[in-house]
Design a protein around this ligand. Structure first.
Ligand SMILES: Cc1cc2nc3c(=O)[nH]c(=O)nc-3n(C[C@H](O)[C@H](O)[C@H](O)COP(=O)(O)O)c2cc1C
Length: 217
């Protein structure tokens, strides 16, 4: 126990150097600043900059979280895709309130988004599905995401069946595959600083207008 405690304490966090964050020049709308920061992360070579944590709430109020891939961003929100039947799908159906979290260590940047997840039209979900590789499509076609798997062989068998199905009908779509959009109410940009003088800028939606505030670190 003491060993792991000491090892943890010896690991440096937020060592920098990090980019500066000119909060006074920040865009009026958070998705524009998000695109700017995402572009910076891609340019900087951040590993999987499109990986984000999606937090949801269970029917009894217990939180849950997992990592997903960001599929798109526009002025209306942040997009991800998953199965409607999965645990997260059921949680969202019961309570659409969600949060997204990005962390890009090399840049000392964290972005937190709070809002509600809205499922997109069937055609858009189908389009997203058909853009996935054959293996990912076969797995989604099995359609049991988050259900209990009795034994690994059951998966292999179901997988083979769905791969055959795809080769016979390449445009088959998993009916449960859903593209969701997270419509934000609040977006916070956090810029770490080597001297621990971190900067936080929060956008909150007030009617149609985004209100910006600095937050204490
Ligand atoms: C880097 C990474 C990317 C992932 N991307 C997705 C994704 O885009 N969609 C998805 O359904 N699951 C994705 N997963 C798997 C999820 O983390 C999770 O295991 C799965 O969706 C089941 O979650 P649930 O039981 O909470 O519904 C990803 C996992 C990792 C580590």
């Amino acid at each position: 126990m003491e060993q792991i405690r000491n090892q943890l304490r010896a690991i440096k966090s937020l060592a920098g150097p990090f980019p500066s964050f000119h909060v006074e020049e920040a865009s009026e709308r958070p998705y524009e600043l998000f695109l700017e920061w995402l572009g910076g992360a891609i340019e900087h070579g951040v590993h999987e900059p499109h990986a984000m944590t999606l937090s949801t709430i269970d029917h009894d109020g217990t939180p849950d979280a997992r990592v997903l891939i960001l599929k798109d961003v526009d002025e209306r929100g942040w997009y991800f895709a998953s199965s409607l039947e999965s645990r997260k799908g059921q949680q969202i159906a019961c309570n659409p309130g969600v949060a997204l979290t990005f962390y890009w260590p090399g840049l000392g940047r964290q972005i937190r988004i709070r809002g509600k997840a809205v499922s997109m039209a069937e055609e858009l979900s189908a389009q997203d599905f058909l853009n996935r590789g054959a293996v990912a499509r076969a797995i989604a076609l099995i359609g049991k995401q988050s259900a209990i798997l009795d034994k690994r062989e059951d998966f292999e068998e179901a997988f083979e069946q769905q791969m055959n199905r795809i080769s016979q009908t390449p445009d088959v779509v998993a009916p449960s595959w859903t593209l969701y959009r997270v419509e934000a109410q609040e977006v916070e940009f956090w810029q770490g600083n080597e001297e621990r003088k971190h900067k936080r800028l929060r956008y909150r939606l007030d009617g149609e207008k985004w209100i910006k505030n600095l937050l204490w670190a």
